[in-house]
Design a protein around this ligand. Structure first.
Ligand code: SF4
Length: 213
């Protein structure tokens, strides 16, 4: 499944790739149909990208892209064509590092404080997996020039109490977005998001921004 977007990778005309399947089941998921959607093959997508001269980037989103074994090779081919690659990820797929190395920009979701991942729906996260998520977060900060971390503001995942632990995880990050989840059950209202931003900013060296829909 694909479409063209001028807003998902600012400054670029991006071919959107929606990968199938996710290892989480967030209550506020915008793309729940992709949890079961059968995707178009990567070969056909490469052909479409080659044939459209307006396209100068590819955004891969989901579902969770880093579950796809053949995605790193696809991204490598895209970059060889001279296009930029943006990867949207929850950081929890088994091919995370291979995909992330091929991305020019990473937008990584942080769902809640690290210990809260145990209680997310979908993947029952063990301590080992949570530690691996922490390592991946730090890897992005240490190794990528362009990235953002995104916190979707829904109770009970993003709370005043969780902010110090999220802040400790992201303390060296360059850019963190607290984003509104307007239609979600238990979405946090914009005025509260602003207060969370002020609190989170105290823990983070880089910029903390609010993204309203
Ligand atoms: S991680 Fe993203 S794609 Fe997966 S269920 Fe959550 S919101 Fe949906």
């Amino acid at each position: 499944m694909s479409e063209i977007s001028t807003i998902d990778y600012p400054g670029y005309v991006a071919y959107m790739v929606f990968t199938e399947g996710c290892n989480l089941k967030c209550t506020y998921c915008q793309n729940p149909e992709l949890l079961t959607f059968r995707k178009m093959g990567f070969g056909k997508m490469l052909f479409e990208i080659r044939m459209n001269e307006l396209i100068d980037a590819v955004v891969v989103t989901g579902g969770e892209p880093t579950l796809q074994e053949n995605l790193p090779k696809f991204l490598r081919l895209i970059r060889r064509m001279g296009h930029k690659v943006k990867l949207d990820t929850n950081g929890l797929g088994q091919h995370f590092y291979d995909c992330a190395k091929e991305a020019d920009y990473i937008a990584m979701d942080i769902k809640t404080e690290p210990s809260g991942y145990r209680f997310l729906r979908g993947l029952g996260l063990t301590d080992e997996k949570i530690n691996s998520l922490i390592e991946r977060t730090k890897w992005v900060i240490d190794n990528k020039e362009e990235y953002e971390f995104r916190l979707t503001c829904v109770y009970p995942y993003i709370t005043n109490r969780a902010i110090p632990n999220i802040g400790a995880l992201l303390q060296d990050a360059k850019l963190v977005y607290l984003q509104e989840a307007r239609d979600a059950e238990r979405a946090i209202p914009p005025e509260t998001i602003e207060k969370l931003k002020e609190r989170l900013s105290k823990f983070i060296r880089g910029k903390v921004e609010v993204r309203l829909l």
